[in-house]
Ligand binder design. Structure first.
Ligand code: ZN
Ligand code: ZN
Length: 253
């Protein structure tokens, strides 16, 4: 069934590459860690030379997965960036913050879901025993976060929910060697798919605009890391995404 899938889902852990980035050619490894009840991708970015790490999203049980990776690479987790507030992306956030002291960043539009997730549980009609996490700093469109010796640009991509953001880091000019831009996009865009827009705060028109204006405007070879499923590239989705083609077919209503 999934034999032809180009990603490496199911392996549990995948080190995509050593990527030459930043002003001092540090290598950032991106560990793809599908975790929790619905296999949400958490991404641990490590730089062994700097001894630093950033975690993007905290699905259930991810603390147990990142602990040995951090130890192996000699990295301290400095930051936890939440792409959005849905429970499957923040289920382990409180544990990660408690055990590592990482600074938590997210978009304020999802404050309620992140800090008081029991409201999400009511909506789901299920009790997951979610624990909220206090956000240390809110991020917004255009913010530039410095971490791992490089700059990550924040882009607001609402539509799946009100507070979905992506974290984009461009190819560093003159870095030499293999280098690639990366965008960690949460549930805005998937390989051949887009995020659901039928949850509270969701809207297909808003989502399509976000994808066209904030993701399709990135360089074509930017590697897109989504909240679920395999990675893709901006160029591939511009050419083939069945939900949001590059050009809108008709003006939105
Ligand atoms: Zn979501
Ligand atoms: Zn999700």
């Amino acid at each position: 069934m999934s034999a032809s899938a180009p990603g490496t889902l199911g392996l549990g852990r995948f080190i995509i590459a050593s990527i030459s980035v930043g002003s001092h050619l540090n290598d950032v490894k991106i560990h793809v860690l599908p975790s929790g009840p619905i296999q949400t991708n958490g991404y641990l970015l490590t730089d062994a030379k700097l001894g630093e790490a950033v975690l993007v999203d905290a699905p259930g049980d991810i603390m147990a997965k990142i602990k040995p990776l951090l130890a192996k690479e000699g990295c301290a987790l400095k930051e936890l960036w939440l792409t959005h507030g849905h429970w499957d992306h923040m289920q382990d956030a409180a544990a990660v913050k408690r055990e590592t002291g990482a600074q938590v960043r997210a978009h304020v539009a999802d404050q309620e879901m992140i800090e008081t997730p029991e409201k999400m549980e009511e909506f789901m009609g299920a009790r997951l025993g979610l624990t909220g996490v206090k956000v240390d700093a809110w991020v917004a469109q255009g913010d530039r976060l410095t971490a791992l010796g490089r700059v990550f640009e924040v882009r607001h991509v609402p539509g799946h929910c009100a507070g979905n953001v992506l974290f984009y880091s461009a190819v560093a000019p003159g870095s030499g060697g293999p280098a690639v831009g990366v965008a960690l996009v949460g549930d805005a865009l998937f390989k051949a798919g887009v995020g659901r827009w039928d949850f509270p705060g969701g809207s297909f028109d808003v989502l399509a605009n976000s994808i066209r204006q904030q993701i399709y405007t990135l360089p074509d070879d930017t590697v897109v890391f989504s909240g679920h499923g395999p990675r893709t590239t901006v160029g591939d989705e511009k050419r083939t995404n069945p939900y949001v083609p590059l050009e809108a077919e008709e003006p939105s209503k």
